[in-house]
Design a binder for this molecule. Structure first.
Ligand SMILES: Cc1cc2nc3c(=O)[nH]c(=O)nc-3n(C[C@H](O)[C@H](O)[C@H](O)COP(=O)(O)OP(=O)(O)OC[C@H]3O[C@@H](n4cnc5c(N)ncnc54)[C@H](O)[C@@H]3O)c2cc1C
Ligand code: FES
Length: 345
């Protein structure tokens, strides 16, 4: 079956087992995407003709109104016929072409009981241009991928900084916590993703992060502050308890040094002595902030992204100025989880 892009002369073939997005990427056609799990909505396109189906039911990232308007999510959609789809191909992520490179774990520091800070060294002869907010894929055997956001800003190009949360039973993250991985060689691909700082806007920015969802926001924050760009920023960072606030001192320090940056930590299960904001991070934002004026960047667990996506527009946020980075598990892990769940039921 073939898929043609209605707003260009590009087309590609798709096999029944492949998602439309996978087929496009395999054909070297760079369509917008991020989570690849049906949550972030970045791969949304309009189906002009043809029929698709979703193997796992309608994805969470597609609202009823969008279905009625003919939108589909390409990372989950499988073709039942030839398709014509309206979606804008991007020549590359931002201005920089994505590439596959060897890298070495230069440093590895515990940030919290379940978060490691990884510094990757790239080959000295290679340039690696990225935009604040983008991520890389770490390539595992058989081409499987694990995505991690870049926490350092583009101007600090010595190493790529990652914040890696331990996933119990996780093929990539679990061994990092149990064995000494310093100096290990990794193959990475990047930069990837469209969750990037919008340099063409002057609107105040609301950054909402959950857990290691702080990573791409930190890249954006440091980019704006260290290049003395005149943007107002408010960061709401939600974690479970005090011990999870792994970048608290650094963020307090940044906020103390800039009139343009305010930082609000939010704990869902604080200790008795906590005097700051409590509850879910998106609820704390809704309690405190009139959203109309803001450009909103939200990154972190899929449940947090779903809550922001659903509630913020009802409180005045402009959906056209909301960007999401949903930290889903990799497509191969989600497929194995579903298979295991189906076998058990
Ligand atoms: C764009 C993007 C950016 C991201 N950025 C970050 C970041 O900056 N920091 C960060 O910490 N995370 C980030 N993530 C999330 C991160 O990619 C995942 O947590 C990571 O893929 C976990 O990899 P893993 O190999 O350790 O776990 P996996 O091996 O993928 O396992 C995931 C889960 O599936 C379970 N599982 C696997 N196989 C089975 C099976 N057969 N049956 C039942 N369960 C099974 C595992 O036990 C585990 O709980 C990001 C995700 C995306 C999409
Ligand atoms: S990439 Fe398809 S919903 Fe996120």
């Amino acid at each position: 079956m073939r898929v043609s892009l209605s707003n260009s002369d590009r087309s590609f073939s798709v096999a029944p087992r492949q998602s439309v997005l996978e087929a496009a990427l395999d054909a070297g056609i760079n369509l917008p995407h991020s989570c690849k799990g049906g949550n972030c909505g970045a791969c949304r396109g309009r189906l002009i003709s043809g029929e698709v189906h979703y193997a796992n039911g309608r994805p969470l990232g597609l609202a009823d109104s969008e279905v009625r308007e003919g939108f589909i999510l390409l990372c989950q959609a499988h073709a039942r016929s030839d398709l014509s789809v309206e979606i804008v191909e991007i020549s590359s992520a931002g201005n920089a072409a994505s590439k596959r490179l060897p890298s070495r774990i230069e440093r590895l520091e515990p940030l919290a009981h379940d978060v490691l800070q990884l510094f990757l060294r790239l080959p000295a002869a290679e340039s690696f241009d990225f935009q604040p907010g983008q991520y890389i894929d770490i390539i595992l055997p058989a081409g499987r991928r694990r995505s991690f956001s870049i926490a350092s800003p583009p101007h600090d190009s010595r190493f790529l900084e990652l914040h890696v949360r331990r996933v119990p039973g996780g093929e990539f993250t679990e061994p990092l916590f149990s064995a000494d991985a310093r100096s290990a060689l990794l193959t990475i691909e990047g930069p990837l993703g469209h969750f990037v700082y919008r340099s063409d806007s002057t609107a105040p920015m609301l950054l909402v992060g959950g857990g290691t969802g702080l990573a791409p926001l930190k890249s954006i924050l440091r980019h704006v502050l260290e290049n003395a760009l005149n943007r107002e920023m408010i960061l709401y960072w939600g974690v479970r308890s005090e011990e999870d606030l792994y970048a608290h001192a650094e963020l307090v320090d940044l906020a103390g040094r800039s009139m343009n940056f305010r930082y609000e930590p939010v704990l869902s299960e604080p200790g008795a002595g906590w005097t700051g904001a409590r509850g879910w991070v998106h609820d704390a934002v809704l309690r405190d902030i009139p959203l109309e004026a803001f450009e909103i960047y939200a990154s972190g667990p899929p449940a947090m992204i779903a809550a922001v996506r659903e509630t913020f527009p009802r409180h005045g946020a402009d959906p056209g100025r909301m960007l999401f980075d949903s930290f889903d598990y990799a497509p191969d892990s989600l497929a194995r989880q579903r298979k295991t769940a189906a076998n058990e039921s």
